[in-house]
Design a protein around this ligand. Structure first.
Ligand SMILES: Cc1cc2nc3c(=O)[nH]c(=O)nc-3n(C[C@H](O)[C@H](O)[C@H](O)COP(=O)(O)O)c2cc1C
Length: 375
């Protein structure tokens, strides 16, 4: 039986060769001074172009949204030119590629920012636990500065400008990163949004920034080229959402009429986001599970077969298996990545994971030839 992940997908605004998306993954290999992608980034994504959809690693729409060393941007002409080479290579390989727009808000450090700037966030709520990785190693978080209303509006405009740059760079669309405790989710969550202006103060206020960003980006590039990634109730990066059902139902209800390319839902934690939100979303839904182990083929298949998602995204398995869809099709074993080479560096641990060898034809004339060789 063909895996449901391997069947083509044709939704309201998305047509994909299969239902396997490569989920966004930061790899930290851009030139840290310029934010231009590494020359091998085009090879890395082209090797993975058999995914129905590639969503790039997060790209900053403003340098104050940069989360760590080697994170690329989508602001300058040089960055756009670098990404154009990536999209051309992926398209030549038959792939579809969206750029993820990622502003980290409080999840950065003056050591990661130009001029030692203080990170901006909805409210001055500091991360107390895990230290943050910088060019000078792991350090304690600083207290972020609350954006003024004008700064929040300017940041909305930064997302729209980056989306415009994405089209200049040849991307098929953009995904707004509204997940995993970064800026957009910091506005959505009760514990990180203590504002009293129109970007806070009530549920409608907490939703405002996400809605403004998506609407501004859609006005710039067309709603059919815009996806939004959310991770309801995900406690990552010290987010505490008191009422994920209320928040995300309201968000999805407000967004559904816009006709976006897709909604990308990460399910993690007690709230069953996929089953709760699927019936409220009439467009394409991409599912993702973020558990301690890389999501298995079977888990993605079950979600698609149950109608909880149209497409399923995989991250960690794509690191060492550039031909993941082919391996799902043939049952070829999955390779494990070298953990120390995930972030930063060059081609090693990036573009040197081979595709699986093609399955050997069975020799029916000389069955002994099929026996494994031990010498
Ligand atoms: C190395 C690495 C980098 C990641 N970077 C991003 C990112 O830039 N943006 C994002 O939305 N999620 C990011 N994620 C989360 C993944 O997209 C995904 O949600 C998570 O790994 C669960 O999927 P999996 O079980 O298939 O790995 C990252 C995950 C990993 C392992």
């Amino acid at each position: 039986m063909t895996s449901p992940l391997l069947t083509p997908y044709e939704g309201p605004r998305m047509k994909l060769r299969n239902r396997i998306a490569m989920a966004p993954m930061t790899r930290g290999r851009a030139d840290d001074a310029t934010g231009v992608p590494h020359p091998l980034t085009r090879t890395y994504y082209a090797q993975r172009a058999s995914a129905g959809l590639i969503v790039t690693e997060g790209l900053w729409p403003h340098v104050l949204g940069k989360g760590g060393p080697g994170v690329p941007g989508l602001v300058t002409d040089a960055q756009v030119a670098g990404w154009r080479e990536v999209t051309e290579t992926v398209h030549a390989a038959g792939g579809t590629i969206f750029a993820q727009l990622w502003h980290v808000g409080r999840m950065t450090h003056p050591l990661n920012l130009p001029g030692g700037a203080t990170p901006l966030a909805p409210s001055p709520v500091r991360i107390e636990g895990e230290p943050i990785y910088t060019g000078e190693g792991d350090v304690e978080h600083v207290t972020p500065r609350a954006m003024t209303t004008a700064e929040a509006e300017a940041t909305v405009a930064d997302f729209a400008a980056a989306a415009r740059n994405a089209l200049r760079a040849g991307f098929d669309g953009v995904e707004v990163h509204g997940a995993n405790g970064y800026l957009v989710q910091q506005f959505l969550a009760e514990n990180t949004n203590r504002r009293t202006d129109r970007f806070g103060g009530s549920r409608a206020g907490r939703l405002r920034f996400a809605l403004d960003v998506v609407e501004a980006v859609a006005a710039e590039v067309g709603a059919g080229r815009v996806g939004l990634r959310i991770s309801p109730h995900n406690p990552e990066n010290e987010i505490a959402e008191e009422d994920p059902q209320g928040t995300y139902r309201a968000l999805v209800d407000a967004l559904d009429p816009l006709g976006l390319a897709y909604l990308h839902v990460i399910e993690r934690g007690a709230y069953e986001a996929l089953s709760d939100l699927r019936p409220r979303w009439s467009g394409t839904l991409i599912g993702n599970f973020n558990g301690p182990d890389p999501t298995s083929q079977e888990a993605g298949e079950a979600a698609v077969a149950a109608g909880l998602a149209d497409v399923f995204s995989f991250a960690r398995h794509f690191i060492a298996n550039p031909d993941l869809p082919a391996r799902f099709a043939t049952g070829a074993p999955l390779a494990a990545p070298v953990r120390s080479l995930i972030y930063g560096g060059g081609g090693e641990g990036y573009v040197d994971y081979p595709a699986a060898p093609p399955p050997q034809p069975i020799n029916t004339e000389h069955p002994a030839a099929n026996a494994p060789a031990y010498d």
